[in-house]
Design a protein around this ligand. Sequence first.
Ligand code: SF4
Length: 256
Amino acid sequence: MAVPQKRMNEMEATQATHFDLQAQNLAFESASAEEIMRWSIAHFKDKLCLSTSFQLGGMVLIDMLSKIDRTLPVLFIDTGFHFPETLAFRDLVQERYKINLITLKPVMERETFKQVYGNDTLYERNPQECCRINKTEPMERALRPYAARIAALRRDASPERARIRIIEERVDHVMLVHPLANWTREQSKQYLKDHDVPVHPLHAKGYKTIGCHPTCCTVPVGENAPERAGRWTGTGKSECGLHQVQIRRPAQDFNI
Ligand code: SF4
C-alpha cells in the first residue's frame, strides 16, 4: 500500500532533522548568521526555504542568501491586504537580487472572501481568523514539501520573541531556523547600510514593522516605541501566528 504524502513528508522531515538539537543550538549561539545559513542549506538541502515580508531582518537574510545560494525558495505571502509600497518593494528586491521568489496566495479569492464575510473587514472583527485565512493557512500549505524554514525573528523584538532558540522544532515537523536570533535591530540596520541593501520605504515613515495596510493591523509608531507596538494595537494580539512554535519542551512551550 502506498504511503500517504503527509506521512512521507513526516518521514523525510524526521530524517532531515536527525541531529542533536540542543548541541546544535549551543554551537550556533557563537556562530555567524552566514554560518547558520550555510549549515542549514547543507543540512536540509532541497527541504529548506526562507520566508520574508521584506522588512529589516528579511533584507539582511536575502542579501546573505544572494551570496550563498540564489536558488533557495523564498516564500512571500500576498495576503491581499499589503501596502502598495510592499508589493512594489518586493518587485524591486526580486529585480535586484534575482532570488527564487514564490508568492503564496490565500485559498479564498478576495471576491469569495467578501461574499463569505460580508465585506473585507474581518480584520476589524476577528483579526485572528483573518490572519489564519490569509497568512497561516497559505504558509502551512506551502510548507508541506519542506523540513525547515528560515525566518528573520530576533530576540530583542519583543518579550515573546526573547525566548526563541536558533533552531526550533515544531509539531508540524517543519523546523524554524532563526539566524538573526541574537542580533539587535541596530545591528540589522547597520548591516543594511554597510552592504548597501535597499530598505522598505515605510520604515522611513515611522513604521517599525510592516504588515497588512488596515490601520487596525499596522500603524507607524516611531523609532522609540517598542518594535511591535504598531501591530494590532489595542487588541492584545501581537503576532499573526506564522512563526508559531509548538515545540516538544514541556516546561517552555510557547506560541508566538
Ligand atoms: S494582518 Fe490584518 S489584514 Fe492581514 S491577515 Fe492579519 S488581520 Fe488580516
